[in-house]
Structures are given as structure tokens and as C-alpha cells.
Design a protein around this ligand. Structure first.
Ligand code: F6P
Length: 335
């Protein structure tokens, strides 16, 4: 009985993307829109993240508004990191627009910044909000994968494969810096998947002498190059540039180059995994709102949908390599 009453109370869902874009966000936008319409719920697209909620950049979507977008990278809703939404005045304007547009529940797609804003907004103004994890960083607790991570990983290995050709030809050592903010998921898994000699990640302390041994290995026998993936969050070692400078100074025998992959990792058509993940999460987000859930992120753990409170998703630690097995595999496989 209670469930039916809650279900009836949501008549119009607002949908936005916020923070760094990630491939697969469009697939999630499509899934949320069509699931809402399937359930006879109106859906309103909010442009430019929380900024659009503040300025009222809002448009009602029909199923055809999300046609032909599942394969597109980026987000058709645009995205932003809103400073004004951090203020109570900004949130009040956002709330006024929600009321004006008759939006009674929100689905927000993004990463930890997006959910931090959502959590505070939901608490202050009593709005039901459900989050969908969209970030290439894969750094949210409570879900095995975030939307965009798999595509970014594939972009990384394609780039590393190309760099390997030139590294081999010139017998060089490459430090390749990848994104991930404070997390090493992209660097560690990218290194394993591309056959790199090593990965430097913020979660683990770098032993420089051990690293040199691994690099030396790269030039032994049949191998004549060495590639080290460095997570951008590895600030202790100074990232790829800092490490390259140190190697240049202490081991001048190496011919060192640095590549910073940068925003190429955020673009491109999403992989099948990301499209499926986004589609499942989009459907689950609308179902969750209609079931009366609020202040939760949709996660998928062991292939099952789970609800994770925003506070846990943002604050709890998601281990990059719980038992060190991945790092150990990387070491074994790079001999
Ligand atoms: O969170 C996604 C991410 O791409 C991080 O990996 C990176 O540190 C950051 O966003 C870059 O942000 P911006 O696009 O604002 O430079």
C-alpha cells in the first residue's frame, strides 16, 4: 500500500549530467528518458548540470529526443561543475525552478562532486534524488564499475599499443600519464591490459630501485622498450614528468620520453560494456525513484543492481587492488 502511494507521488523526473563527462552518459540519458515515459512519467532534461537547474535551462523530453545517441560519447545535456550550486542561494534558485517545472524527483549522472551536491540538496529541500555513477575514474564505492571507465581503459590500451611501436623502434623508456583523479584504477588495469612494465598509482608507495629493475627488464632479451603507466594522482612522485626527471638524473643510460594522454581518455563512442551498464543503471534509477528510494546511487555489484547511500558512495574507500593480486600479476607478467 505504502509503495503504491509513493509510486503515485512521482509524476515528473528531472535529469541532468554533471562533473566530467564520460562515454556512456548518453546511453544512461536514453535509458532514464525511455523508462520514465514507459512508466507514464514525464521527463525533463536539465542542461549544463546544476547550473541549468539554477538558470532554468530545462526542456521536456520525448522518446525521439534520445534517438541515435546510445553510440555517442560526451553528454547531449552538456555538463558543468557548478560553483553557485554550492551556495544555499544557488540551491534555493534550483529548488524554485524544480517547483516551477513540477519536477518531483531527480536523476543525476556524474561522480563524487555530483553526488555531494545531490546529497546536500536532497537533505536541505527534501527532494528525492537518485544518482547514476558516470565517471571514467571508477572511484565510487558500491559499484564494481562506473559508466565510462571501460571505454577510457580501451582508449588507454589503444594509445599504449601505438606508443609501444615507437618505443620499440627507438629503444626508449616511456612514462605515460593517465587520468583517474586520486585513484589508480585506470593506470593499474591499463598497465595489465597493455602489457606495460609497471604502474605507479597513488594507492601504493613507489619503490624507486624496484622500478628501475622493472625498467631494465623492459630492455632485456627480446624486449627493447619499457613502458610505465603513471596515475595523475601520484603526486608524491611528481607524476610522469617527475618520474622521468628522476630517471634522467639517476639513470642517464635510458632514453626517456613522457606522454600525457589527457582528455582523449574522456571521449569516444562507448564500448558495449559501458552501453549495457548505462542502460541497466538508467532503468534501475527510474525504478528506484518510483519505489520511493531517495539519496542513493545505483550500483552494480557481482552483476546485481544495488542501492548505495550517497554518503557511502562518496566517502567509503574503494580498493584498487584489495589483495595486491593485480600489481603482483603485473610484476610477474612483465619479466
Ligand atoms: O573525473 C574525471 C576526470 O577526467 C579526472 O580523471 C580528471 O582528473 C578530471 O576529470 C579532469 O577534469 P577537467 O576536465 O575539469 O580538467
Amino acid at each position: 500500500m505504502l509503495e503504491i502511494q509513493t509510486t503515485m507521488s512521482i509524476k515528473c523526473i528531472g535529469l541532468l549530467t554533471s562533473g566530467g563527462d564520460s562515454p556512456g552518459m548518453n546511453a544512461a540519458i536514453r535509458a532514464v528518458t525511455r523508462t520514465a515515459i514507459f512508466n507514464k512519467i514525464r521527463v525533463k532534461a536539465i542542461y549544463r548540470g546544476y547550473n541549468g537547474l539554477i538558470t532554468g535551462e530545462i526542456k521536456e523530453f520525448q522518446t525521439q529526443d534520445v534517438s541515435n545517441i546510445i553510440q555517442q560519447g560526451g553528454t547531449i545535456l552538456k555538463t558543468a561543475r557548478s560553483e553557485e550550486f554550492r551556495t544555499i542561494e544557488g540551491m534555493q534558485k534550483a529548488y524554485d525552478n524544480l517547483k516551477k517545472e513540477e519536477i518531483d524527483g531527480l536523476v543525476v549522472i556524474g561522480g563524487d562532486g555530483t553526488f555531494t551536491g545531490a546529497r546536500i540538496f536532497a537533505q536541505q529541500f527534501n527532494i528525492p534524488i537518485v544518482g547514476i555513477p558516470g565517471t571514467i575514474d571508477n572511484d565510487l564505492f558500491g559499484t564494481d564499475f562506473t559508466i565510462g571507465y571501460d571505454t577510457a581503459l580501451n582508449t588507454i590500451i589503444n594509445a599504449v599499443d601505438k606508443i609501444r611501436d615507437t618505443a620499440n623502434s627507438h629503444e626508449r623508456l616511456f612514462f605515460i600519464e593517465v587520468m583517474g583523479r586520486d585513484a589508480g584504477f585506470l593506470a593499474l588495469n591499463g598497465a595489465v591490459a597493455s602489457g606495460a612494465e609497471s604502474a605507479i598509482i597513488p594507492e601504493m608507495v613507489t619503490n624507486f630501485d624496484q622500478l628501475e629493475k622493472l625498467i631494465a627488464n623492459g630492455f632485456r632479451k627480446s624486449k627493447n622498450s619499457s613502458i610505465v603507466l603513471v596515475a595523475e594522482g601520484d603526486t608524491i612522485d611528481g607524476g610522469a614528468v617527475g618520474l622521468a626527471n628522476r630517471v634522467n638524473k639517476e639513470y642517464p643510460q635510458y632514453n626517456v620520453r613522457v606522454t600525457i594522454l589527457g582528455h582523449i581518455q574522456r571521449g569516444g563512442s562507448p564500448t558495449a560494456s559501458d552501453r549495457i551498464l548505462a542502460s541497466r543503471m538508467g532503468v534501475a534509477a527510474v525504478d528506484a525513484l518510483l519505489d520511493g528510494q531517495r539519496n542513493i546511487m545505483i550500483g552494480i555489484v557481482n552483476n546485481e543492481i544495488v542501492y548505495v547511500p550517497f554518503t557511502k558512495a562518496i566517502k567509503d574507500d574503494k580498493p584498487v587492488d584489495k589483495d595486491n593480486s593485480l600489481m603482483s600479476a603485473l610484476r610477474i607478467l612483465s619479466i
